[in-house]
Design a protein around this ligand. Structure first.
Ligand code: E4P
Length: 217
């Protein structure tokens, strides 16, 4: 499963990229607002840090203006992925852009039928929002399982990008189901490294090693 980070904070992106475990980045208008930075400038900087897909979202609601915005965004770098909302105009834009060889991430997906439409529109990625699904009392991970089944039934190439990930269990379940990608905030990705028994084990080994009085090299 590929790991994307869901942030527009370039310092956090650089820190995670240095682990060699980061496969891409997702941003959205709220994350750009949080960064307090110029949208085009921050996308350009992220594309310089990460080689993998970097999602940049259009903000228009009509197809024509979405295409104009996508034209500006995709010129930033080859790894820019155009993010469009799951609406009729969004999917028209997805179909047009994917036909031109541009990667498209269809966002704000909340049903398996929506995911089916996105795949038929040639999306590179579908982003079902599991956390927001859970927030309203629905089962976010069941949505991922349903999309996996449907995409496998028809051998769609669209990658399932689990979004709105809130905690490590979402990551674990995504991997169990066979999602292609998950995108999570930096704090959730960092939490994956931690286990109290790892910390305890290191402390014990360090204490015993100190008693040997030895050094390596
Ligand atoms: C994904 O591309 C979205 O930017 C993101 O995962 C939304 O997460 P949230 O529901 O925590 O805002």
């Amino acid at each position: 499963m590929k790991f994307f980070v869901d942030t527009a904070d370039t310092a956090e992106i650089a820190e995670l990229a240095a682990t060699g475990l980061l496969d891409g980045v997702t941003t959205n208008p709220s994350l750009i607002h949080k960064s307090g930075r110029d949208f085009l400038e921050v996308v350009k900087e992220i594309c310089g840090i990460v080689d993998g897909p970097v999602s940049a979202e259009v903000v228009a609601l009509d197809h024509e203006t979405m295409m104009k915005e996508a034209e500006i965004l995709r010129k930033i770098a080859d790894n820019v992925t155009i993010k469009v909302p799951l609406t009729i105009d969004g999917l028209k834009t997805c179909k047009a852009l994917s036909g031109e060889g541009t990667m498209v991430n269809v966002t704000l997906c909340f049903s398996a039928n929506q995911a089916l439409l996105a795949a038929k529109a040639g999306a590179s990625f579908i982003s079902p929002f599991v956390g927001r699904h859970d927030d309203v009392g629905l089962d976010g991970m069941q949505l991922i399982a349903d999309i996996r089944l449907i995409y496998d039934n028809y051998a769609f190439d669209t990658e399932i990008l689990v979004a709105s990930v809130r905690h490590p269990i979402h990551v674990l379940e995504s991997a169990r189901i066979g999602a292609d990608v998950m995108t999570a905030p930096p704090a959730v990705i960092k939490a994956l490294f931690n286990h109290p028994l790892t910390d305890k084990g290191i402390q014990g080994f360090m204490a015993d090693w100190a008693k040997t009085g030895q050094k390596i090299g």
